[in-house]
Ligand binder design. Structure first.
Ligand code: NAD
Length: 310
């Protein structure tokens, strides 16, 4: 019998021929999410009920969804972070999970560095000001010579290091699991404690997965360690930041600014952080480039097929 596979990511339909052809090679019944939105738990519950495989974006794969998906054998993440998947329940039910980590690293890292520049030169404020008839200038700072503090030196963190090195930034990083000394030498990265990264960096950038250990890693205490002139960039997950504490720090000029591509609740609806002009938010666009979309699609298809048929 043909395996039935649900594909939830909205951008999957935009992938180029190569990925579509790859899919055609396998005898699969494909069901796409045509709502144009990330699915809710309720929708996932229904749509996963009788599928054998799942290629999933950031839609919730909760305990309830997994327990109701009686035929599900394999989940292939279209992207890197697995925090939307209840891995413990998947393991208990014998459902295999794979991630396409690495395929979007360059795109996300480029966005993070783009946010460094946007913060350093007040780009959003200046564009808004000029469009509203103004011609005032807010003095910026250079990135060259400043310290980038990378928290999480995995696929994306390493790409940020490579790019920051190219700009001439000093680089310090915190990642207790990192072991590649050749990489550190090549891009002149110094490993440091978490506390030193918060204390010394001009740009703290987050590239850890959202786990119990990393939830609210940016909080009242860690924000207090930062320089008043420093910035925070978060292209990882909203849950890494205590958003109330960040609001207080930004509102009271305890740090200079923050830019984020993610939020604890997406879309955020009204949130007081959005009223601050030293806080920038983009709608989870980190991996949304032509290149990353294609690489994520190909990798997630390859992973799914291995999980289902090997
Ligand atoms: P990765 O697994 O390659 O790297 C994560 C790194 O974090 C690893 O080196 C790991 O050792 C380190 N780490 C884990 N726990 C840690 C801890 N407690 N303290 C310090 N370091 C720790 O993942 P990646 O591909 O680099 O992606 C990182 C995260 O970025 C993902 O988990 C995801 O949440 C997020 N992401 C966001 C977007 C977006 O569109 N904005 C796209 C892709 C990924």
């Amino acid at each position: 019998m043909r395996a039935k596979v649900l594909i939830t990511p909205r951008s999957f339909l935009k992938v180029k021929e190569q990925a579509q052809n790859l899919l055609k090679r396998y005898d699969l019944d494909l069901i796409y999410n045509d709502t144009g939105k990330t699915l809710t738990e309720e929708q996932m519950l229904k749509m996963c009920e009788d599928v054998d495989g799942l290629i999933v974006g950031i839609d919730p794969v909760t305990e309830k969804v997994l327990k109701n998906a009686r035929k599900l054998k394999a989940i292939s993440k279209y992207g890197a972070g697995l925090d939307n998947i209840d891995l413990k329940t998947a393991r208990e039910l014998g459902i295999k999970v794979a991630s396409a980590a690495g395929t979007n690293a360059t795109s996300v890292a480029e966005l993070a560095i783009g946010m460094f520049f946007a913060l350093a030169r007040n780009l959003a404020k200046h564009v808004f000001l000029v469009k509203n008839g103004g011609w005032d200038r807010i003095q910026g700072v250079e990135l060259t010579g400043k310290t980038a503090g990378i928290i999480g030196l995995g696929n994306i963190g390493k790409e940020v290091a490579r790019l920051a090195n190219g700009i001439g930034m000093r680089i310090i990083a915190y990642d207790p699991y990192f072991e590649d000394s050749e990489f550190l030498k090549k891009y002149d990265v110094k490993m440091a404690s978490l506390e030193s990264v918060f204390k010394e960096a001009d740009f703290v950038t987050l590239h850890v997965p959202l786990t119990e250990a990393t939830a609210k890693i940016v909080n009242e205490n860690t924000l207090k360690l930062m320089k008043k002139t420093a910035y925070i960039v978060n292209t990882s997950r909203g849950g890494l930041i205590d958003e109330d504490a960040l609001y207080e720090a930004l509102k009271n000029d305890k740090i200079a600014g923050a830019a984020s591509d993610v939020f604890s609740k997406e879309p955020p609806g009204f949130h007081k952080l959005l009223t601050l002009d030293n806080f920038l938010l983009t709608p989870h666009i980190g991996a949304y480039t032509a290149e990353a979309v294609e690489k994520m699609a190909i990798k997630s298809i390859e992973n799914l097929v291995v999980l289902l048929f090997d």
